[in-house]
Design a protein around this ligand. Structure first.
Ligand SMILES: C[S@@+](CC[C@H](N)C(=O)[O-])C[C@H]1O[C@@H](n2cnc3c(N)ncnc32)[C@H](O)[C@@H]1O
Length: 216
């Protein structure tokens, strides 16, 4: 599977949790409730949640990621599990998770796949729950020649470490429309500086991301 190859590449492995995730979960009431990390990758956020007492589920469709996540949660198996699944159709019960993370994940597909993932988040999130999602902005998109564009704002990279993987890039205006079913939607646009010597994976202009917090 294309994702197993990508996820096995050590140079792409981000071991520490993203500081925005740490801050977000640090601001939430610290009750031991149910959290889901969609596309949990190497389990860096799953472990963070498990350490502060959340009952967590990590979901990914890559066996390589699932293996890495299992290693990351060693010692926390009593309240943390890892399952195989697809963000477009998760199979979880509705109105269930108090916290959902979708970090650098649900844009991997066509626009319709992103819409399905958002509908799933809305369905499985507890009514009182929240979700944090990051999506790449259009300024982060590759040039016409670096990728095959398969629909508006969606391409498949031709080269590099994420070759063959689809990406859908969003604009700030897209976000209220995509997340219109939630009662509150907070958007933070960030341009993430790359460490010296590291090239962005697909960036054409700047490493633009939208961090989106939804509730209701
Ligand atoms: C760029 S990584 C991000 C991993 C993690 N969220 C993090 O922040 O480190 C994207 C992850 O999403 C997973 N993924 C991609 N498409 C998926 C899908 N349709 N359903 C579930 N997982 C998917 C990949 O296997 C990969 O582990």
């Amino acid at each position: 599977m294309i994702w197993d190859r990508r996820n096995a590449n050590d140079s792409l492995r981000r071991l520490s949790p993203d500081p925005r995730v740490i801050q977000y979960i640090g601001d939430l009431p610290q009750q031991s409730r149910r959290a889901l990390d969609i596309g949990c990758g190497n389990g860096r956020h799953l472990r963070q949640l498990a350490e502060i007492g959340w009952r967590c589920t990590g979901m990914d469709w890559s066996n390589e990621s699932l293996q890495q996540s299992r290693e990351a949660i060693t010692g926390f198996e009593q309240h943390t599990t890892v399952v195989k699944g697809d963000f477009r159709k998760t199979g979880f019960n509705g109105n269930y998770f108090h916290l959902i993370l979708g970090i650098d994940v649900i844009h991997h597909g066509k626009k319709r796949d992103l819409e399905r993932a958002i509908a799933e988040i809305k369905r499985i999130k507890a009514i009182s729950g929240q979700a944090l999602i990051s999506l790449p902005g259009m300024r982060n998109a590759p040039t016409e020649h670096q990728a095959d564009w398969i629909e508006k704002q969606t391409c498949i990279l031709r080269n590099g470490l994420e070759v063959g993987i689809p990406h859908h890039f969003v604009t700030e205006e897209d976000i209220p429309v995509l997340f219109r079913t939630f009662k509150t939607v907070d958007v933070n646009r960030v341009v993430v500086p790359m460490p010296a010597g590291v090239k962005p994976l697909h960036s054409m202009h700047e490493n633009e991301w939208f961090w989106i917090r939804v509730a209701g």
